[in-house]
Ligand binder design. Structure first.
Ligand SMILES: [Zn+2]
Length: 89
């Protein structure tokens, strides 16, 4: 089980900026899309104020404000990569 990570957390671990992580993730998403055994899972950002989930959002960057209540308190998007159909040894 892979723990979903935010770009900020990943940036801290790897030692690059959050912006650089987002650039890399975009490449990773494209690569994963070509590989049928891998699945990129994006947990949508949510508004902390009203609970609105940004489900149709394909980017991993955080939206600046909630379209429903206009709160700027939005959770960070988190993502993980899952291998599906892999044979266990
Ligand atoms: Zn809201």
């Amino acid at each position: 089980m892979v723990t979903p990570m935010s770009s900020r957390r990943l940036a801290e671990i790897v030692g690059i900026s959050e912006r650089e992580v987002e650039d890399h993730i975009n490449h990773i998403i494209k690569s994963v899309a070509r590989d049928r055994s891998l699945r990129f899972i994006l947990e949508p950002c949510e508004c902390r104020h009203c609970g609105f989930a940004f489900r149709d959002r394909s980017k991993i960057t955080r939206p600046s404000r909630c379209p429903r209540c206009h709160s700027e308190s939005i959770t960070e998007p988190r993502y993980s990569i899952e291998r599906c159909g892999a044979k266990q040894k």
